[in-house]
Design a protein around this ligand. Structure first.
Ligand SMILES: O=C1O[C@H](COP(=O)(O)O)[C@@H](O)[C@H](O)[C@H]1O
Length: 237
């Protein structure tokens, strides 16, 4: 089985489609749980959400989490929370008590434990695991997703809700949700843009070469949608 693929002419069109979905979800439910992705891809999406959906989405109905976080201060330019705060959360009327960030500034082990506790308290459990309504994922140039990298692919199957991971090149610690939690989400949305991603998209979607070494290939296809711009999807047949 292959995941559902949606190809958009550009980032703006992709962001608009997501905005409409979120608008609808927040009309239907007062308690929408979202895990955001970090890195660079969400920036353009957040900008459109602020510009075009500020007054359409019921922001107060959303609980915000992250699929992964870099173990840095929240004001560090590397912080996934910091980026979401600066480009989205500080610009739309969210309920600040519903932002559940990873404390990247404390010891990674303690941050993972603390984050796990907030998830247990705030996210409904289905099938013995937390179930997020929306899990947003990115695709790293090396095939990683959340912060599960190819060299630590075994973390995907961890029985814990979160794990401490390490970036393969910089050694930076990360806190990441694990595969069982990701795959238990009601809806998983990959956001993938730009030509740099085209090769990995091709390998994973078309099951080429050693695609199984990429953590992103372990995301369950049946409840996931790969939202991509034309550049990222250029090799998808
Ligand atoms: O390090 C990370 O990388 C991935 C992909 O990021 P991008 O910059 O290529 O968009 C991201 O999904 C993850 O949240 C982040 O921590």
């Amino acid at each position: 089985m292959t995941p559902k693929i949606e190809i958009y002419p550009g980032k703006k069109a992709m962001a608009r489609e997501f905005g409409k979905q979120l608008e609808q979800l927040t009309q239907e439910s007062e308690n929408v749980t979202i895990a955001l992705s970090g890195g660079s891809t969400p920036k353009a999406i957040f900008e459109i959400l602020v510009l075009e959906f500020k007054d359409l989405i019921n922001w107060k109905n959303i609980k915000f989490f992250w699929g992964d976080e870099r173990c840095v201060e929240p004001i560090d330019p590397e912080s996934n929370y910091g980026m979401a705060h600066d480009l989205l959360l500080s610009r739309v009327p969210v309920d600040k008590t519903k932002i559940f960030r990873v404390s990247g500034e404390i010891s990674p082990h303690d941050a993972a434990l603390q984050y796990e506790q907030s998830i247990k308290k705030e996210v409904p459990f289905i099938n013995g695991l937390p179930q997020f309504d929306l899990m947003i994922l990115g695709l790293g140039d090396d095939g990683h997703t959340a912060s599960i990298f190819p060299h630590q692919i075994e973390l995907w199957n961890s029985e814990n809700i979160c794990e401490v991971a390490t970036h393969p090149d910089t050694g930076q610690n990360r806190v990441t949700l694990t595969g069982n939690v990701i795959n238990n989400s009601k809806q998983i949305l990959f956001w993938i843009t730009g030509e740099k991603k085209a090769e990995k998209v091709d390998e994973i979607i078309n099951k080429k070469d050693n695609y199984k070494q990429y953590p992103a290939s372990l995301v369950k296809p049946d409840n996931s949608i790969w939202m991509m711009d034309e550049k990222a999807a250029k090799k998808v047949g």
